[in-house]
Design a protein around this ligand. Structure first.
Ligand SMILES: [Zn+2]
Length: 268
């Protein structure tokens, strides 16, 4: 089984200081064949205004140094996590033009809408089910606009709000009742040639979970990557094997890696 981890963050992300070499060595140790760094190149951070720039030249130098330093065989692709594109699609497109040599782009949404002050889901504690459902609806509306825009490789962690609501706030939320909304998102992604990621979520409930993976597959969705979202070496490759087994059980025959934004299919 070809093992890849297509969502991880190194020191070019605002939320970790881990050197890229430490993440790469952890990947070798975990027996992975291929990784892709997906540092945050978000259009903006929680509640803040739009960011102006990202140092792509420094990132290019870091990749060159990484390849020199790592002696073990490991295929390393260049990617980025483009967060919050719906805040300013024109700006997101400018960032993408600067990132022309990236192999892989995760499009993801971490914030709620203006109605919630663009708060990051991580900080947006819903105290009860009603508040949580309102937040899920708000989030899914943003994700649909992201999917319709579609200028990325895969949609990141579709069910991210559930992680914070359930793991951090002790709720028991699902996306049940939002089948029509999720289907519309999947149809838009498939129409635009985008895929989804299955985020292993450190061994907790994958994002998205089985119900939605099966729906995506049933709608004809084939492009899917597996990523841990590791910010530290300990989580690199965490539950990649288990999630690949789950994908097979859900009817997928392949997982994907990317080169120059084109999917490469690996038999499960
Ligand atoms: Zn993310």
């Amino acid at each position: 089984m070809y093992l890849s981890d297509y969502h991880m963050h190194g020191s070019f992300s605002f939320d970790t200081d881990t050197p890229m070499i430490d993440m790469a060595r952890a990947a070798v140790k975990a027996g992975l064949d291929e990784i892709c760094f997906t540092d945050h190149v978000d259009v903006c951070y929680s509640g803040s205004s739009v960011r102006n720039e990202f140092d792509f030249a420094a990132l290019t130098r870091a990749y060159a140094a990484l390849h020199e330093e790592l002696s073990e065989p490991l295929l390393i692709r260049r990617g980025m996590e483009l967060g919050e594109a719906p805040r300013d699609f024109a700006h997101a497109e400018r960032l993408l033009r600067e990132a022309a040599d990236m192999d892989f782009i995760i499009g993801s949404q971490h914030q709620l809408s203006e109605k919630y002050g663009h708060v990051d889901l991580y900080f947006c504690a819903a105290s009860d089910e009603q508040a949580a459902r309102a937040q899920i609806e708000d989030y899914l509306t943003l994700v649909l606009s992201l999917a319709r825009w579609g200028k990325f490789s895969v949609l990141g962690h579709l069910t991210l709000p559930l992680r914070y609501m359930n793991e951090n706030n002790g709720l028991h939320m699902t996306f049940d009742g939002y089948e029509a909304e999720v289907e519309e998102i999947f149809r838009a992604l498939i129409h635009n040639g985008c895929g989804i990621e299955c985020n292993t979520n450190r061994g907790n409930v994958p994002l998205p979970d089985e119900k939605w993976l099966r729906m995506y597959r049933a709608l004809g969705g084939e492009i899917i990557t597996v990523g841990t979202d590791a910010h530290t070496p300990a989580y690199v490759g965490c539950h990649v094997r288990e999630v690949q087994e789950l994908l097979r059980a859900c009817g997928f025959s392949y997982t994907c890696t990317f080169e120059k934004r084109k999917p490469i299919f690996h038999k499960l």
